[in-house]
Design a protein around this ligand. Sequence first.
Ligand SMILES: Cc1cc2nc3c(=O)[nH]c(=O)nc-3n(C[C@H](O)[C@H](O)[C@H](O)COP(=O)(O)O)c2cc1C
Length: 222
Amino acid sequence: MEFNEVLKGRYSCRRYQEKPVPAALVEQLVKKAQQAPSWGNTQPWRVYAAGGQTALAIRQDLVRAHQAGEKETPDIGMPAGFSGDMMDRYRDLGRALFKVLGIGRDDHEKRSAHYANNFNAFGAPALVFVAVPAGETAYAAYDAGAFVSLFCLAAAEAGLGACIIAALARYPQAVRRHLPIPQSESLVIGLALGWPLAGAEVNAFRSGRSPLEKALVMKGLE
Ligand SMILES: Cc1cc2nc3c(=O)[nH]c(=O)nc-3n(C[C@H](O)[C@H](O)[C@H](O)COP(=O)(O)O)c2cc1C
């Protein structure tokens, strides 16, 4: 596939088929994502992938922890909100997603069910967790982000859907019950991975981007 096609074709997939993702395919995606640049080629990422009963048990544990109102203890601090334009964009995304999902503004029950579905990784048959050595600077997470970006593009090229999901990293102790992520590593993020459910409206949703001038300042370029 052409790079532009992959770039345009990638989106956050939020409904999946039950069909499993083969281990060999996950290996290929990780191998491709390993091409990501990192500070001094340190490659701080460690990837923990789960499928089958393991993925199911993790999803169930995360949903349980969320619904029981357990205190969230992410290894890396998570934003409670955003400033300025970022908050506007965050709200715009939420509004657009709820509209596609047919969830009304005041439908608190459906809103909570959708939020809980994040912890369920939207039912994805495979989960991918990315960790970095604990105690490193923010640049290790930066490098992990570069890795995750390539991973998502590689997944799109393979016809797979993926969604980066912060909720999957809110209860690292629950993830550690099922995957051998040592305490010497910080869980950065989790991803849902699977074959997109064709025809699901939420998978036809595409988020927008700000105009270029909001992101780019140029000087001295011709
Ligand atoms: C660090 C990070 C955390 C995210 N967490 C969630 C999440 O918890 N739930 C969700 O539905 N999407 C989550 N996303 C996906 C974003 O909402 C999505 O990337 C953004 O809206 C742009 O849309 P696109 O990926 O479809 O282009 C996350 C993305 C990133 C990079």
